[in-house]
Design a binder for this molecule. Structure first.
Ligand code: IDC
Length: 469
């Protein structure tokens, strides 16, 4: 269901002409106008989710407030994002957040909310921006007959299944969080594979059973290197292996992050064509699965945020074309440090976000190398950006060195508090201290707790505690 409303109300002519004199009034009122694209993106018994795209068709705005009216006061905004939301009677108001305060002529910003409804059609009317009505329709007429039970397949309220996937179903981004089908903010905790080109033998029935049943992991991140003897050497094999592991995770009720593990070279655009080919294939294969999350570039480095954003805006549509509702995670500057390792910060993303919805941004840390200044960046950024720690280590950024238990604990406490999902590097028996399994484990085939390294034991003790879904 989509509704578009457009208006350009020229409030005060700016130019007056006569035969020979052109008069520009000194204090001409600003031209104002707006268009709203409102779509109900999901609906279920008693509730719905809506996306609201606001386009400024007038002069530049340095602050704005959007109002609209529901058909009756039975519809209520429950949780909104990318604006401050309030409601009085049937009228809802969304006021700009700090970072989307400025709207240049022609610029748009995407907001959204989840709402409750008593069953009537929840499409509102009478949109106005700063008091100026947004009128005229440019999109398909709204559906007026839909009810929660007749629009598509209503997502079932997850019954408290005994796996993370059964309990949560299809995930989506809600504000700065990852939410389950019931719109509850959740945190997923799990493990990352090592490079499949080197440690493929570590991912088998016994090891994945241990991960799901003994570790109680919610998540398997599938690290598919592109270079270093990875995907580029045999696209068919790697694509097939990734798809196979998505299925193995699904069978065990775990989510799967498909990690396009770019590292060297650091500019993801180097692999743009490969990424399009790969994601078109895996998104088509996994579109009907609810357990898939796409991570499009592991660790961009030596490259600007605008180059990363450009890459993301080309790869995301390829994924959406095949699998429209999956969450996509975008790597960040400076080895996915939100720019900090490059002397920058999250501000460049906040000011210039990727033009797409249902996305999150990657943050990575290695506990012995990245400490307080990185933690304060994450605390601050997490109020504005949806973050996902798709990779972290308990050791130094080389993947080796001593375990830093204090810093790891500080990090995981912070992520728990902020409900930020994470995966640990690595569920493998690599001969390096970041690996969770002792060297030789994968050849031996026993994945019991006796095979864990110090890092593995520490991370398992965190991951295996009950989830709060
Ligand atoms: C490291 C592996 C190491 C491998 C190297 C190759 O641990 O065995 O030889 O990659 O490139 C990252 C990367 C991740 C690194 C890891 C540790 O995403 O690929 O793995 N790390 O250096 N970012 C920060 C640290």
């Amino acid at each position: 269901m989509k509704r578009s409303i457009a208006a350009l109300a020229a409030a005060g002519a700016t130019v007056l002409g006569s035969a020979a004199v052109l008069v520009v009034p000194h204090a001409a009122a600003a031209a104002q106008g707006c268009r709203v694209d409102y779509s109900v993106t999901n609906q279920w018994q008693g509730g719905f989710q809506a996306g609201v795209k606001v386009t400024n068709l007038g002069d530049a705005l340095s602050g704005w407030s959007l109002r609209f009216t529901f058909p009756d006061a039975g519809q209520k905004v429950a949780q909104g994002w990318n604006a401050t939301w309030s409601q009085s009677g049937a009228t809802a108001t969304a006021t700009n957040a700090d970072w989307n305060r400025a709207l240049a002529p022609g610029a748009s910003t995407d907001l959204g909310f989840t709402g409750t409804t008593t069953g009537a059609n929840p499409v509102p009317a009478a949109f106005s921006l700063n008091g100026v009505t947004c009128t005229g329709s440019t999109g398909p007429a709204p559906t007026t007959t839909s009810t929660p039970t007749t629009t598509g397949t209503p997502p079932t309220t997850p019954s408290p299944g005994d796996t993370p996937l059964a309990a949560n179903g299809q995930l989506h981004v809600c504000g700065v969080h990852l939410c389950n089908e019931a719109n509850r903010a959740i945190q997923l905790r799990g493990m990352s594979t090592h490079g499949l080109q080197w440690f493929d033998s570590c991912y088998n029935d016994a090891s994945l059973d241990a991960l799901a049943k003994d570790w109680h992991a919610d998540l398997l991140r599938i690290a598919m290197y592109v270079q270093e003897k990875g995907y580029e050497t045999n696209p068919a094999w790697f694509t097939d292996r990734v798809n196979g592991l998505v299925g193995e995770a699904e069978e065990r009720g775990m989510y799967a992050v498909i990690d396009f593990h770019t590292l060297t070279p650091g500019d993801p655009n180097y692999n743009l064509d490969r990424a399009k080919t790969f994601f078109a294939a895996v998104a088509a294969r996994n579109a009907a699965r609810k357990n898939v999350i796409y991570e499009i570039a592991n660790e961009p480095n030596g490259v600007s945020w605008s180059a990363i954003k450009n890459y993301a805006e080309q790869v995301i549509p390829v994924i959406r074309a095949a699998d429209p509702d999956a969450v996509v995670i975008v790597g960040t500057r400076g080895w996915s440090s939100l720019g900090v390792s490059d002397g920058s910060s999250e501000t460049e993303i906040v000011n210039n976000p990727v033009n797409a919805t249902n996305i999150m941004y990657t943050f990575h840390f290695y506990a012995a190398s990245h400490k307080d200044n990185y933690r304060s960046t994450v605390s601050r950024a997490a109020t504005k950006l949806p973050l996902f720690v798709t990779e972290f280590g308990t050791v130094t950024a080389t993947g080796g060195g001593a375990l830093d238990q204090a810093s790891t604990t500080a990090w995981l406490d912070l992520l728990d508090q902020l409900k930020i999902s994470y995966a640990n590097w690595t569920y493998s028996d690599a001969d390096e201290s970041s690996a969770a399994l002792r060297p030789g484990t994968c050849a031996g085939g026993d994945y019991g707790t006796g095979t864990l390294t110090a890092s593995g034991a520490l991370v398992r003790s965190r991951i295996s505690t009950p989830d709060s879904f």
